[in-house]
Design a protein around this ligand. Structure first.
Ligand code: COI
Length: 444
């Protein structure tokens, strides 16, 4: 919005205060006594978008939708994303506007606010997508926004650490949970649409064919229909062992991983979400076992048990790493409180842009062609692939948000002096909607 559209008195205030002020004045003080906005003043676009409810989707719906990818389905997917992104961002902007002013004027949080406002203004203006060319242009806009928002996680994480004492810790954590959950949801629907568009353009896809050439493919966009718990654990274990060796030195004995139980369990899932959670849990276990057993030439193994039930797959990861230190235990799920605050802030400062998942990493460096993916950008850190000594304090709470997003669950039981049992429960039917609101477990 041009500066000339603001009342004269607002022109010198920073952008965040301007938009809050404008918002406040357009809603309240400039209204006539009857409560109706005066005719000469347009009502806030944000007010309009906040009236809309987000329309949650399930893995099953996403799969069904993308299975036979016709032009009309791709355009419907584009228009779903076109209206969902500004709706979901509008709700988060409104959340931020209701925070105490001193909180939202924190430099990191106002950076996020400005990014979101800019994205909202850009995305809400995209007209209906009617052709494949419209869609390709739209995908470029989405891809650019995904890339621009790679600063959001470290900025939010630093912001909530810095505002300590200005808000109740439980309110800060609730705010952070809502922001991150919503971010996952937006990135999921955006990335799924980009992946479908990529499939649509791929040489082996014939949109008019009655039988799809790729009908037997195990992937629908980002969804892997036969995600194997055992294979994911193995893959994450190998990658994490590698990181651990780098951090502790190649002669440090690294614990073995023993996988038992229902080794054939498969389910539909977004692989990058599961890899994020499993890698995070394994990192914690490796680190604890190595540090707790540093004198033993052969550290005790990390036991992984996979259990499949009618509705769920449960992955239990048990280590003998001595348990969570009692001074940290009460803050295990908190983004804002706990010891080591200073260290966390310093470490977060070292990662200005952060990819939460492998999927985020694929967004990579700026390119004018959204179909060109791949990461060649060394300033971009992945939350999963970071060195285990880079303690940020957000891996575990973030993992629980990922787990709950597709109606799953994550619990950690610490046996003081002995070790930790982490239970990850996955809803295996894919029929549950994404969780957009903060779950009860967050309120506790
Ligand atoms: C985010 O990463 O926070 C987003 O909202 C991205 C989306 C607008 C494409």
């Amino acid at each position: 919005m041009a500066a000339s559209q603001f009342p004269r008195s607002c022109r010198s205030v920073p952008a965040l205060s301007r938009s809050i002020l404008l918002h406040a004045t357009s809603r309240r003080s400039l209204y006539s006594p009857s409560g109706a906005p005066p005719k000469w003043r347009p009502s806030s676009a944000l007010d309009e978008w906040v009236q809309r409810e987000a329309r949650p989707i399930s893995l099953r719906q996403l799969t069904f939708f993308g299975r036979t990818l016709t032009e009309s389905r791709l355009l419907s997917s584009a228009n779903y994303v076109r209206t969902e992104l500004p709706t979901r961002i509008a709700h988060r902007l409104r959340d931020m506007q209701t925070l105490p002013y001193i909180v939202v004027s924190n430099s990191h949080l106002s950076h996020v606010y400005e990014l979101y406002y800019k994205a909202f203004e850009k995305l809400r203006r995209v007209p209906e997508i009617r052709t494949i060319d419209d869609n390709d242009r739209y995908c470029t806009v989405v891809q650019d926004t995904l890339r621009e928002h790679l600063t959001v996680i470290p900025q939010l994480a630093m912001g909530v650490l810095e505002i300590q004492g200005l808000m109740k810790p439980e309110d800060t954590d609730k705010f952070m949970n809502t922001m991150l959950r919503s971010r996952i949801s937006r990135r999921t629907i955006a990335e799924q649409h980009l992946a479908l568009t990529e499939t649509y353009h791929s040489p082996w896809h014939f949109p008019d064919a009655k039988v799809q050439v790729d009908a037997n493919s195990d992937f629908v966009g980002e969804i892997f229909l036969r995600c194997s718990a055992k294979e994911i654990v193995e893959k994450c274990a190998t990658a994490t062992q590698e990181l651990v060796r780098k951090a502790y030195g190649s002669d440090t004995p690294v614990p073995e991983i023993k996988i038992q139980g229902h080794l054939d369990a498969t389910f539909p899932y977004i692989v990058s979400h599961l890899e994020y959670i499993v890698s995070e849990l394994l990192r914690n276990s490796f680190q604890a076992v190595i540090e707790h057993n540093h004198k033993r030439p052969e550290p005790p193994p990390i036991d992984v048990l996979i259990c499949e039930t009618a509705q769920h797959v449960i992955i239990r990861i048990s280590d003998e790493g001595g348990g969570v230190p009692p001074e940290i235990l009460p803050y295990l799920w908190s983004f804002s409180k706990g010891p080591r605050r200073q260290l966390r802030l310093e470490n977060l400062n070292r990662v200005p842009r952060m990819a939460a998942t492998i999927q985020d990493l694929k967004i990579g460096p700026r390119s004018s062609d959204w179909k060109t993916t791949g990461n060649g950008d060394s300033s971009l850190s992945s939350l999963t692939a970071r060195s285990p000594d880079l303690r940020l304090g957000i891996g575990l709470p973030m993992s629980r948000i990922y787990a709950e997003y597709w109606a799953g669950n994550l619990e950690v039981h610490s046996l003081e002096g002995y070790g930790v049992d982490a239970f990850l429960q996955i809803s295996k039917l894919g029929n549950k909607n994404e969780t957009l609101t903060t779950r009860a477990s967050m309120d506790a």
